[in-house]
Design a protein around this ligand. Structure first.
Ligand SMILES: Cc1cc2nc3c(=O)[nH]c(=O)nc-3n(C[C@H](O)[C@H](O)[C@H](O)COP(=O)(O)O)c2cc1C
Length: 178
């Protein structure tokens, strides 16, 4: 018997009506037969990272975030680009992981859905490589011109976007094993 796997989905955008969050909600619904996808919406509530605070006992919100990532079989990060980089809230959340090995070998998909997004995409891959996350070329996806490519429910409007997203999510699911 195979056990049902869980993926933690993290949106890099904390605004309401976020395209990135809606893409994650769409993925959650679309693949609900294959995998449990839990949306983590707490990045905006984590304290600003400070190495002085990164000592036991850490802040409860940090502890919870680390536990959710630790117990998930895989992670999807879906983020916009802000001023040619990652949104500060997402970067901050990832900084809380640097002193841990929680992301090491963790199957991970990295999606940047933004106006342009190249710099955030590069940066996210560099950060996640540093955390030794288990992402591959197949689970990393840049979607430029994102607003025009999804409807309000996060559903791709065109076949190419649908296929690219499907390829990345299926590649992540195959990394989860049985
Ligand atoms: C402060 C700010 C800076 C932005 N800078 C960039 C940028 O450098 N590159 C880019 O592609 N989009 C940039 N954008 C546009 C957003 O990435 C784009 O609107 C994206 O769709 C927002 O994602 P969301 O709908 O998930 O919040 C910026 C938006 C804001 C609010």
């Amino acid at each position: 018997m195979t056990t049902r796997k869980t993926i933690l989905a993290i949106s890099g955008s904390t605004r309401s009506n976020s395209t990135n969050e809606s893409i994650l909600k769409f993925i959650k619904e679309k693949y609900s037969q294959e995998v449990n996808i839990e949306l983590y919406t707490g990045i905006g509530s984590l304290p600003h990272f400070n190495p002085d605070l990164d000592v036991e006992p850490v802040d409860a919100s940090v502890k919870e975030f680390r536990q959710l990532v630790r117990k998930a079989d895989g992670v999807i990060i879906c983020s916009p680009e802000y001023v040619f980089s990652l949104p500060g809230s997402l970067k901050n959340a990832l900084e809380w992981m640097v002193s841990t090995i929680i992301f090491a070998k963790k199957p991970t998909a990295l999606i940047v859905a933004s106006g342009m997004g190249e710099k955030a995409f590069e940066s996210l891959q560099l950060i996640m490589r540093t955390l030794e996350a288990g992402f591959t070329e197949d689970t990393a996806l840049l979607i430029s011109g994102a607003r025009g490519r999804f409807d309000a429910g996060g559903k791709p409007k065109d076949e190419q976007t649908a296929q690219e997203l499907d390829h990345a999510v299926k590649a992540l699911i195959s990394l989860l094993g049985h």
